[in-house]
Design a protein around this ligand. Sequence first.
Ligand SMILES: *Cc1c(COP(=O)(O)O)cnc(C)c1O
Length: 383
Amino acid sequence: MTRRRFGLGTTAIHGTPHRRADWSPVAPPLLQSTTFVNPVGSEEEVLYTRYGNNPTQLEIARKYALLEGAENAVFVASGMGATALAHLAVLRPGDHLVSSEWIYGGTRGLFDQELGRFGITVTYVDPDEPRLWKKAVRKETRAIFIETPTNPLMRVLDLEPVARVAREFGLALLVDGTFASPINFRPLEHGADVVITSATKYLNGHSDVIAGAVAGSASLVEEVIRLMRLWGQAIDPHAAWLIDRGMRTLGVRMERHNANGMAVARWAATQPDIARVHYPGLPTHPDHARAKKVLDGFGGMVGLELRGGVPAAERLLRRLKLVAHAPSLAGVESLVSEPRLTSHKAIGAAARARIGIPDGFLRLSCGIEDAEDIIADLAEGLG
Ligand SMILES: *Cc1c(COP(=O)(O)O)cnc(C)c1O
């Protein structure tokens, strides 16, 4: 008997599909309980929700591990929690981390403000100069961190040269793949050792849960679980249950996010008021060829540079009806935000302009509404 590998859409719904027992519930029960009755005299580990071994917590971890092609996975209380614990799991006091320069602002804050307390130092590398990965490695280097696709320029990094350096020096390669979700990109298939996702985004997809996950080898995940227990990062069972519900539609949601991202980007590229569109599905994007090769979908995130700068951006934001002006991304509803006031506020206008985020830049998260309606809202806002 050959075991058929199930598709990602099926896996996101069922985990490993199995025949259900008579009268068992079709939807998984929510076990909103901190603790569970212990058999008297049992030497087995107790069930306690802070330990992350509540069955509702374990259910989503199994599904997510299957989606990423990982041995195991664990969910924690936020994407930042996942990033923090994954790094604590691979780094020791005195170690050195090599990180991409193009990373989420919160992650940058964690590296710059918190790793120092463990004597961990960080060197940032410009991913446009792939030979610098090797140059940045020192005797104390233990890990490399990258994020792909990036925020808000949607750059798609080439993992191969980074993975080669990681292998050569025996370093752990950690990848934040939040912007793609495992439907569009699975970093472990490209040489990563650890994948981190903010489940707040596409995995849950309904803008109503904060959570994160780490997937990788059994031993790495075991270490993250150990840290999760001691640093108190377990996910609440209700949040886990909502994520399970969200994951059931991950396959179809991503199909629609991908289609809407493409439709909006193509339309935006024809608009005289829009100077530049950043979307990896467009041939004008610097990483289009690579994106076509490594991604299974280009996603729903689109960067728009308005010709009229801040006044034009604010005028558009005030006129939008369907698309909400809010930070965060990857929910069923379309959202738009200004990196100048959110993710890239701290670095200042000059530095933003240097890295390709001029004032008047809008980051659009295309939801799963009808594409014509998103486009009509933007058109009316510009008009
Ligand atoms: C949102 C985000 C995070 C942080 O996730 P939270 O769930 O908000 O803690 C990390 N990385 C990326 C790429 C993100 O977009």
